[in-house]
Design a protein around this ligand. Structure first.
Ligand code: SF4
Length: 435
């Protein structure tokens, strides 16, 4: 094979980070060596995200930068931008050699070989079951906290989102293959399993007569003695079943933290977004979760300045944030994506107003997060230690049950341990502790 070293750059969500790790593992198993700098690699892979306009633009400027360093590289664009832009990518930038959709990157080694016959290679088919089959044979150690994809794709068609077009319809991975991957990860030291999916709580295993949902899957994984903690992301409010909610009170390994995107606190805007729930529905889900487990903390996603969002709609979102006290969140200004319904909607709100709204919303979220972190000063928190700092070995990094990043000063702990950390200080992002 002509390429002997590679570099991967990942854009966007956790699913992409997970996919990039799998790409690394596929290529290493074929004898490729990973490089940390694109200029030193023969093959440069961009694993792309198409959720926001910025990420897609960044891709083309990154390709330009790589081209300046050395011309005879192979450039592969994989992921959601590849799926959305398809063969058009070759016209936009002639240095691209491979275009590969997110459901078929397991075909990358073969496409590299085929480049000798045909200098432009493309595959954007939805062959997700084949990808899962292939990947279950590629299990590699990831770390103390390890991701496992259990579901891909989306049938919800929110009016602002490209995922149903780039990742295809909802598909759940067979439970047997998931449990094999979990077993292999725990043998290699994983203590926390994070189940991943675009609509992770829509998971439904149809591969056997006993149809298993995500609650069944979490319960089964928790019976593995080597697993200490379980998380799942990203969930959709309409798929929060009573069974899954109840599991947050009965399963101690299921962490009391849930990422549940609401997007807006205005029912009028939620309808325009085709989110399939209103504010009261969302509030009821959170109240049910807090009823079964009063310790549970929620994080969310917010889109500010959706077409037609008025001041009143925006302040309904602020009120919901104040009411439900989200302790970690992601928030962005609406970015129209080609091919989605909202890209064609009339949007009269000036960008300056949207920016102002985003600042107000982010300050509110930051204050809530800071106040939440402050509550732990002087208290003990159970932290799963993930690694020792390479720049300052006196410090270890871990996560609390509520996903807070905790930096622990200690000399007698190691990665993989669950420790009782004494929290001494914090800022809005991190907790600082000793042990
Ligand atoms: S639920 Fe909506 S936002 Fe989430 S992936 Fe599906 S279409 Fe996109």
């Amino acid at each position: 094979m002509k390429n002997s070293s590679f570099f991967v750059k990942s854009y966007g969500c956790q699913m992409n980070l997970y996919d990039s790790k799998k790409i690394v593992s596929i290529l290493q198993s074929r004898g490729f060596k990973q490089n940390t700098r694109p200029e030193d690699a023969d093959l440069v892979i961009f694993n792309t995200c198409n959720i926001r306009d910025k990420a897609a633009h960044k891709l083309y400027s990154d390709i330009g930068r790589v081209n300046k360093t050395k011309r005879d590289k192979t450039i592969a664009v994989v992921g959601c931008v590849a799926q959305a832009e398809n063969s058009e990518m070759f016209n936009k930038n002639s240095s691209i050699d491979i275009v590969l959709g997110p459901q078929s990157y397991h075909l990358l080694p073969q496409m590299l070989l085929d480049l000798e016959k045909n200098p432009k290679q493309i595959n954007t088919e939805f062959i997700v079951n084949e990808k899962f089959d292939y990947l279950s044979a590629q299990n590699k150690p990831q770390g103390i906290s390890s991701f496992v994809t259990i579901q891909e794709g989306c049938d919800k068609f929110c009016s602002f989102c490209v995922v149903p077009f780039t990742r295809g319809p909802e598909y759940s991975r067979p439970i047997k293959s998931i449990l094999q991957e979990v077993e292999s990860l725990t043998i290699n030291g994983a203590k926390e399993i994070v189940l991943l999916g675009q609509n992770v709580n829509a998971y439904e295993d149809l591969s056997s007569s006993k149809k298993s949902n995500i609650a069944d899957l979490i319960q089964t994984i928790s019976e593995n003695e080597k697993v200490e903690r379980i998380r799942y992301t990203t969930s959709h409010p309409i798929n929060m079943s009573d069974e899954l909610i109840k599991l947050h009170s009965t399963n101690e390994k299921l962490m009391p933290f849930l990422h549940l995107p609401v997007q807006s606190g205005s029912s009028r805007i939620l309808k325009k977004m085709n989110r399939k729930y209103d504010k009261d529905f969302y509030r009821r889900i959170i109240n049910k979760l807090k009823f079964v487990n009063p310790n549970i903390e929620i994080s969310s996603d917010f889109i500010v300045g959706y077409p037609g969002e008025t001041d009143r709609d925006f302040y309904e979102t602020i009120d919901l944030i104040e009411e439900l006290k989200f302790t970690q969140s992601f928030s962005f200004i609406f970015s129209p994506r080609p091919g989605t319904k909202s890209a064609t909607q009339n949007d009269k709100t000036p960008l300056s107003i949207k920016k102002e709204r985003l600042l107000i919303l982010q300050q509110k979220l930051k204050d809530i997060q800071f106040n939440f972190n402050k509550e732990f000063i002087g208290k003990k928190l159970k932290v799963l230690v993930e690694n020792q700092s390479s720049s300052n070995p006196a410090y270890y990094f871990g996560r609390s049950p509520f996903m807070q990043a905790v930096y622990i000063k200690a000399s007698n702990i190691k990665a993989g341990e669950l420790v009782n950390a004494n929290i001494s200080s914090c800022n809005h992002k991190n907790l600082y502790a000793s042990c």
